[in-house]
Design a protein around this ligand. Structure first.
Ligand SMILES: [Cu+2]
Length: 160
């Protein structure tokens, strides 16, 4: 008697199911509206993006890197007693079935020391890195320095 072998489609379904259960953080995060505000000279540029987590568990962003910038940091701008200040952020959690927006005046990627000049209209690839070691490559569109964020009422013209 011939041994019963699982069909190929059953094997594939099993693999897909396993993939769903053990999806990496990068695999369950979707990036949209990714853009960079390019400033003149060697001034650091701000990187902004909306990150949506489609998974059942939170995802934790803990860094980013790009071949276009020597240094990429995660920062947060805040306003205290009318003063704008910026602090380093180690991790940024994206809740399960939730989203986080990096935007001017709040969380942002600080992009330092471009390895070649970046001009408006360029696409810059930045790899977002998560706590489980997975990475999500995202294309950021470079926009001119005077760009307002989508929905920006005009009150935040303060750097990053
Ligand atoms: Cu910053």
């Amino acid at each position: 008697m011939k041994p019963r072998l699982p069909t190929l489609s059953a094997l594939l379904a099993g693999l897909l199911l396993a993939g769903g259960l053990h999806a990496t953080e990068a695999a369950r995060v979707h990036a949209s509206q990714a853009w960079i505000r390019v400033l003149p000279g060697d001034l650091p540029a701000g990187g902004y993006v909306t990150l949506a987590n489609g998974g059942d568990e939170p995802a934790t962003l803990n860094g980013a890197a790009s071949t276009t910038y020597a240094e990429v940091m995660l920062h947060r701008s805040s306003r205290e007693t009318g003063m704008s200040r910026m602090t380093m952020v180690d991790t940024l959690a994206i809740p399960a079935h939730g989203s986080v927006t990096l935007a001017p005046g709040g969380y942002h990627l600080m992009l330092m020391h471009a390895t070649h000049p970046v001009k408006a209209g360029d696409t810059v690839k930045i790899e977002l890195r998560f706590a489980d070691g997975s990475a999500l490559p995202v294309d950021f569109l470079a926009r001119p320095a005077n760009t307002l964020a989508p929905g920006d009422a005009g009150g935040m013209h303060h750097g990053h």
